[in-house]
Design a protein around this ligand. Structure first.
Ligand code: 13P
Ligand code: ZN
Length: 269
């Protein structure tokens, strides 16, 4: 028995997480337990699920987050593998609800799987999104090889230098990641400082931010769309590397071509 049984909307949302987890593994972005996913499932929770008791003691979030009070999330489990989650999301993740004090959560289903170590960043981001009335309900952290490699050079960590290069490799990247790639300097994984810096970067108008020498953090309406944003950015990084491997620095699209694209597609920047 699973809480997903007879709840098609909830099952569809969790199944989409499982599908994306499979892609992350196939792409080589999810070594061992690398990466994590959370989705806000509050709208898919019915009264019967709401009435279910917790299956474990309350745990501290590490932050007080007033806007996610009473919200529900599906979270990848800490130490769990994306490749395992893709086959069995409820054994490699859990459903949690945020308690009224906004500082603790409890696991409701299906098994006592402790949520990802990056929960402070994920929940702080969901809190930020709800506070600003955003329709975004999904957040993804993953380790895309080529994008992480870029952050090992100070030049690419400067504001919007990588964005400009990545956008100019192929028109789709600006069209489908229209806010570009924010940069967060190295901070300890799972720390509250990293959560705060991530929100600051998202607030500067990015949907995708890099954690220097670690990975990427992306938000969107659903997890497939968050994955797509990272996928188009990493594709551009691969094109850049392919050109460099052919022995030349790629020209990139011109400023005039990028401007035309922005006006035709109605892009913000
Ligand atoms: P978890 O297994 O705790 O989700 O951690 C993976 C990770 O990528 C940490 O940054
Ligand atoms: Zn990580």
């Amino acid at each position: 028995m699973s809480v997903l049984d007879n709840r098609p909307a909830l099952k569809a949302a969790v199944d989409q997480v499982a599908e994306v987890a499979g892609y992350l593994w196939q792409k080589g972005w999810a070594e061992r337990n690398g990466g994590n996913i959370t989705i806000n499932i509050t709208d898919q929770v019915d009264d019967a699920l709401r009435a279910m008791p917790a299956i474990d003691e309350p745990r501290a979030i590490g932050k007080t987050l007033p806007h996610i009070k009473g919200c529900w999330f599906y979270c990848k489990g800490t130490g769990k593998r994306m490749r395992d989650l893709s086959h069995d999301p409820m054994a490699n993740g859990s459903i949690i609800r945020i308690l009224p004090d906004c500082a603790h959560y409890e696991i409701v289903a299906d098994a006592v799987v402790a949520p990802t170590s990056e929960l402070p960043s994920h929940l702080a981001v969901h809190d930020y999104l709800l506070a600003k009335g955003s329709p975004y309900r999904a957040s993804l952290h993953t380790h895309p090889i080529e994008l992480v490699a870029l952050t090992h050079n100070k030049k690419w960590m400067e504001k919007d230098v990588a964005t400009r290069m990545l956008w100019s490799m192929i028109p789709e990247t600006k069209a489908f990641c229209p806010r570009g790639l924010g940069m967060v300097p190295y901070m300890l994984p799972s720390s509250v400082e990293l959560a705060d810096a991530t929100i600051k970067a998202l607030d500067e108008d990015y949907d995708v931010v890099m954690w220097e020498k670690h990975g990427v953090f992306a938000v969107d309406t659903d997890i497939m769309s968050a994955f797509d944003q990272v996928d188009v950015l990493n594709k551009s990084a691969l094109i850049y590397i392919a050109a460099r491997n052919m022995g030349f620095e790629p020209d990139g699209m011109t400023d005039a071509q990028m401007k035309e694209l922005s006006s035709v597609f109605g892009l913000p920047k």
